[in-house]
Design a protein around this ligand. Sequence first.
Ligand code: PLP
Length: 352
Amino acid sequence: MTAIRPEELLQQFASDNYAGICPAAASATEAANQGHVTSYGDDPWTERASNAFRELFETDCEVFFVFNGTAANSLALASLCQSYHGVICCDSAHVETDECGAPEFFSNGSKLLVAQHVDGKLTPEAIRELATKRQDIHFPKPRVVTITQSTETGRVYTVAELRAISQECKLHGLYMHMDGARFANACAALQCTPAELTWKSGVDVLCFGGTKNGMAVGEAVLFFNRSLAADFDYRCKQAGQLASKMRFLAAPWVGMLEGGAWLRNAAHANKSAKYFAERVAAIPGIRLATPVEANAAFLEAPEAVLTSLRERGWRFYTFIGGAARFMFSWDADIARIDALCRDLAECAALRS
Ligand SMILES: *Cc1c(COP(=O)(O)O)cnc(C)c1O
């Protein structure tokens, strides 16, 4: 094997999925790699992981494990919809902008009904407007609302906001789905229990992200409204999302949930984003585009400054949220954040 050059392995803040596997997930995978067990989810690791979710969420929910977030969201939404239904989301939602039409594909045509976001969030007013503006047979029938927690722009829905959305959903007979690719970050930010942020606030189905939380791969789909999970196993299988060696999708969750790493990882990521934001705020010419509430920071800076920063080897994306995005993961390293801040300050000074 040829070695990878060390500079290619330096920590970056372009995405929280640049990070590797956290120790809790790695050691659980290692522990699961012993002996033979039954395949396709009929094994002790899958049972233990499912029970860990039920304990964490303080309820007897239905639990499924899939490989990634696009599949989790798409299959969950498909299970809530008929092909003639509509899914209300906001224009910044991952399901709308970053899933290549998978929600429409897996639901055989359910249409995403897109509202303009307010601070990266869907509002009860927007839901009301989309749910009531057309009642005729020529328009897809609204059936589900999907929100992202924490949001694509690093904001969080408070419990009050979730309850207001849920109330609006109930008024219009809509199910509530939550894209929780960064659900752990929201729990850490709000210091609320997973139950408070989901079923106690009206969420019917949650896609809980493991990948960005520190696992190699894997998301869990939790149905709090258990009847909605009917035949979900078939849906997963048909979509190519049923792992035959399921223990290796499930075991990392055991490691993450039982010892609390899921929450520690998220809290560290959030704290790192705040640390970065505080230092950036002191740099003339650079501004935070949105408040930092979870593990993301979005910067507004002159294009020339961003170009210089890229020339110094830093990687980041500008196609999300209209600003330069920096994401912090479970292993965010303070020394690397300091190095980034120094380079940002130097680039800003040189260009002013
Ligand atoms: C990362 C992410 C997902 C999942 O993406 P996959 O690449 O399909 O795993 C879903 N929703 C949001 C908001 C995300 O950031």
